[in-house]
Design a protein. Structure first.
Length: 202
């Protein structure tokens, strides 16, 4: 009987210890959550600074730009990088797009980037334009050098401004274009981002 009493007492102490450890663990986890949230914010660009960077780059402020940036933040969250660049494209139903720019990460890392890929257009001709690419969840600057397929049906245009999404392995790119540089075909196919310039669109 005495052994049974000791056993039950030891069991109660064991259960009590597990309860205390569980409460301590929950407290540590709860305390860590704001730190993770802060770290995420520290490694990403906020909406106001991003909109300023976009409007400064294009040299104008329009309602369309503001709405496109707002849409990207609402759907994708805060970017941890962006590319400022220029591109040329031409189309006769089926076309090509070439560009180059510089990737800037919130961490401060930068990389020169070149891209090329096929496009589907609805007009004939060629044009040159600026493009500002919002970059989401890129693990490091070198991870940009891949082929990013366009997301079907993701193109969004308002007030002469357009954005579409390209996505690969959890990373999303959102190129923003103005005016004649829109060419809806950018949302079809893919763009290959490279370290060096190449005429090969694949």
């Amino acid at each position: 009987m005495k052994a049974a009493i000791v056993s039950r007492s030891a069991l109660r102490r064991h259960v009590a210890r597990r309860r205390v450890m569980g409460q301590l663990g929950a407290g540590v986890l709860a305390g860590a959550l704001p730190l993770w949230s802060y770290a995420d914010e520290a490694d990403t660009f906020d909406k106001d600074s991003t909109l300023k960077a976009v409007t400064d780059f294009f040299g104008q402020t329009t309602e369309g730009l503001a709405k496109v940036v707002e849409k990207a933040f609402r759907e994708q969250g805060r970017p941890n990088g962006y590319i400022r660049g220029n591109e040329v494209s031409g189309a006769l139903t089926v076309g090509l797009r070439y560009g180059e720019g510089e990737l800037t990460m919130k961490s401060g890392a930068t990389r020169k980037v070149y891209w090329a890929g096929p496009s589907i257009g609805f007009d004939a001709g060629a044009n040159a334009s600026k493009v500002f690419v919002l970059v989401y969840r890129l693990p490091d600057a070198d991870a940009i050098y891949k082929r990013y397929p366009g997301v079907d049906g993701s193109i969004y245009q308002i007030g002469g401004v357009g954005v579409n999404y390209q996505r690969l392995e959890g990373v999303t790119l959102a190129p923003i274009r103005l005016g004649v540089g829109l060419r809806a075909g950018a949302s079809v196919g893919y763009l290959h981002y490279r370290r060096e310039k190449s005429l090969n669109p694949t």
